[in-house]
Design a protein around this ligand. Sequence first.
Ligand code: GLP
Length: 237
Amino acid sequence: MKWIKAESYEEMSKIAAEIFKEELQVNREMVLGLATGGTPEGFYKELVNAYKAGEISFADAKSFNLDEYIGISPENEASYHYYMDQQLFNHINMKDENIHVPTGDTSDLAKAAADYDAMIEAAGNVDIQLLGIGVNGHIGFNEPGTPFSLGTNVVELTESTREANKIYFDSLDEVPTHAITMGIQTIMNAKKVVLLISGASKQEAYNRLRSGEITEDFPASALHKHKDVIVIYTDVK
Ligand code: GLP
């Protein structure tokens, strides 16, 4: 695991975007693994700017997002699908058929989960997976206690996660109780992982990851077993 300290949120976003841009410039068919949340917003701005400046093209690239809430449609403004459209997809030239976000509004979630892993595998696996981290150490929506061996699956969200994400909803009651997420194993199959950690609320998660302990109680710790992980952090001590 390689650790890079950024002096600011902007610098963290730029360093992360640079890693993706460099890959895309040599591999036009790059498979991007993407994340949502407040942390990657600056990263997406950098990618959009690079696209607009003609430095990169997504014409032959594919993307797979980490996760999605269960029970809300892609048109719902709180959905991760909507977030991705606003932050990235509406502004770049990735083809619709190459954009993948797990399906959370289907009656057959088990099939949606299995199909998602099959699609990622058929695409040759993710080249670079972007990750944020939850205050409890979750990655994607893999909450503490999740077996590291799981592929894409349906999870029940913890109260702390629902509480942290309620800013995107009118009230806590409206925050979905379940989500579909790439599993830890799906994430581990990515060839490279870039994890962003930003802000005082992530201090404890940062410390725990830095300690090197590997435990299913702290999902992000699985990444210690991956051979190519870059953690870019800012505003944590
Ligand atoms: C959500 C997402 C995660 C994200 C985490 C942290 O729970 N499922 O993928 O990393 O929130 O979000 P933020 O960056 O807003 O702190």
